[in-house]
Design a protein around this ligand. Structure first.
Ligand code: VG1
Ligand code: CO
Length: 544
């Protein structure tokens, strides 16, 4: 066994963002770049000697090279065993499931999620802890601190492992097990949902669904679940083979980047149900026939109907949502008499609440929904949850959502993204907003009056850790809100996210287009932040 200790010098830019370290592929391909980060992860952990590590990714360009390197470094650093998905494939929620099921020490997930892939596009890496969830800030801070002073890394001199063949291999003193990417995850799904009922729905001839995997990681999972176990006709899953460049697309399940699916669901003779997932399989978009389900509403509907699903039949302990997510789920929590939690953006903030049994369902406005079954958001889980509800209620997606609004009122909601903004301009814009904050309270904009402003700060109720500067909130006296945040997942320039929300109890107004219902708030946001002036853009890149 030949362990090499290689001298290196630090890179200054290895600070993990909202979800791991994401950079362009050529950045990762620089000599020592990935090695430094992986060693910084290992150097920040204690007690993994002889333990199990889970490794897998979304199949994007550079996935296989990165995995070979991580295997040799894990062996050199003293891990006992690595479980790696066949072909290097593990969706993010499947990786979380496998970490938990095997009591692994942790896992490394290779993905830049919804960002494009390819030789000139994005790659990413993140570390998940033994609970199966993204490392909390204290761990990612330690990794970053280490990356700034690292001077050597350890790697085993060994041939590459055949990732396509299931089985056990030795790598120095370490064992590598290449495992089925889908089986454990599929088994977990079957334990939560009423597969018989969903199968009846999908084979009834009365119901058609369309699942778009966007050439990303959920393809094999969706084929096995929907067309395999659940009996949906072949062709139900589109773009179901993971490609290194996602077919040149943007694997982001929203109205803009999943336009092919949107066209089908809004076209003639549309199916009853449509869904899409993102690069690494943790996001979901839900569509009915000619109907879009806003992710914030989706969380609220799942919560309100949870008892219809076997895995949640005893009810929910609590519901957690990220701050910019609409307050629709809070209304459900209130009626159910359970706690509603508001956390900063990013799934890592849900981990403690889930581990402590305080929350059962969690969600983000960015097409992320999940539960205590794993410690990541989970795209196909959300699709199955919807199918289970549809199978029980025998109503359309549109009926279920409009009836929900009738019961709870409607939280009109929209997110406007301005992508690829010059970083300095974005910083100037945010600075301008910060400067106005102290004087905004009580100020009137037409019929709207500012009730409060703050830069969201979160104290974790379990471990007391504090996270500051999580987005500027401007709240109005009628409970509507504007939130400004800069993205922490982009790799080029800055992305400004503007989140808008208002509440409408009047049923007669529920059919309004959200962009119309929110038109005044959209104008106020521009008046306060000067979005168009600062970005030089006359409209957002993506509207959700
Ligand atoms: C975005 C979303 C956030 C999500 C994160 C990771 O972060 O807003 O809700 O948790 O992506 O999702 P940001 O910092 O760009 O707003 V994924 O599917 O990239 O793992
Ligand atoms: Co993702």
């Amino acid at each position: 066994m030949n362990i090499q200790t290689v001298s290196t010098t630090p890179f200054a830019d290895q600070k993990p963002g909202t979800s791991g370290l994401r950079k362009k592929v050529p950045t990762f391909q620089q000599p020592h770049y990935l090695e430094n980060f992986v060693q910084s992860i290992f150097d920040s952990l204690e007690g993994f000697e002889g333990q199990t590590l889970v490794v897998g990714g979304d199949g994007r360009y550079y996935n296989r090279e990165a995995i070979q390197l991580i295997l040799r470094m894990a062996a050199a650093n003293g891990f006992g065993r690595v479980l790696v998905g066949q072909g290097g494939i593990l969706s993010t929620p499947a990786a979380s499931c496998i970490i938990r099921k095997n009591n692994a020490f942790g896992g490394i997930i290779l993905s830049a999620s919804h960002n494009p892939g390819g030789p000139k596009e994005d790659f990413g890496i993140k570390y998940n802890t033994g609970n199966g969830g993204p490392a909390p800030e204290k761990v990612t801070d330690a990794i970053f601190a280490r990356s700034k002073v690292i001077d050597q890394y350890k790697i085993l001199d060994a041939p590459t492992i055949d990732l396509d063949q299931l089985g056990q291999f030795s790598l120095g003193a370490m064992t590598v097990e290449v495992i089925d990417s889908v089986a454990d995850y599929a088994e977990l799904m079957e334990s939560l949902f009423d597969f018989d009922r969903i199968r009846q729905l999908l084979t009834s001839g009365q119901f058609r669904m369309c699942m778009d995997s966007l050439h990303a990681v959920t393809g094999p999972y969706a084929h096995a679940l929907f067309e395999g176990t659940l009996g949906a006709p072949a062709g139900t899953v589109q773009n179901g083979i993971p490609l290194e460049d996602f077919g040149g697309g943007h694997p982001d399940p929203n109205l803009v980047y999943a336009h092919d699916l949107v066209e089908v669901l809004f076209g003639e003779n549309a199916p009853d149900f449509g869904a899409a997932s993102d690069g690494d399989g943790d996001r979901n978009m839900i569509l009915g026939r000619h109907f879009f389900v806003n992710p914030s509403d989706s969380l609220a509907v799942l919560a309100a109907n949870a008892k219809l699903v076997p895995g949640y039949k005893d009810g929910l302990a609590g519901i957690a949502r990220s701050m910019p997510t609409s307050q629709a789920a809070d209304r459900v929590a209130k009626r159910l008499g359970i706690e509603a939690y508001e956390t900063p953006t990013g799934w890592k903030f849900f981990g403690n609440l889930l581990d402590a049994g305080k929350a059962t369902l969690c969600g983000e406005e960015s097409f992320g929904t999940g539960s205590n079954h794993v410690r990541e958001k989970d795209g196909l889980w959300a699709v199955l949850f919807w199918l289970n509800i549809l199978a029980v209620r025998q109503e359309s997606v549109e009926q279920i959502v409009t009836e929900h609004w009738q019961q709870y009122g409607r939280n009109f909601y929209s997110r406007h993204d301005y992508e690829g903004v010059d970083s300095d301009r974005a910083a100037t814009l945010m600075q301008g907003v910060y400067e106005q904050m102290p004087t905004l309270k009580g100020k009137k904009f037409g019929t709207y009056e500012v009730a409060f402003t703050d830069d969201f700060s979160y104290t974790d109720p379990i471990d007391g850790s504090i996270s500051t500067k999580q987005g500027v909130r401007i709240g109005f006296t009628d409970d509507s809100r504007i939130v400004f945040r800069l993205s922490g997942t982009g790799t080029q320039g800055a992305t400004l996210r503007l989140y808008l929300e208002s509440y409408e109890p009047n049923i007669a107004k529920h059919q309004l287009d959200p962009q119309k219902a929110l038109a005044d708030l959209i104008k106020i946001a521009d008046e306060i932040a000067g979005i168009h002036t600062h970005t030089g853009m006359d409209k957002p890149t993506v509207i959700t």
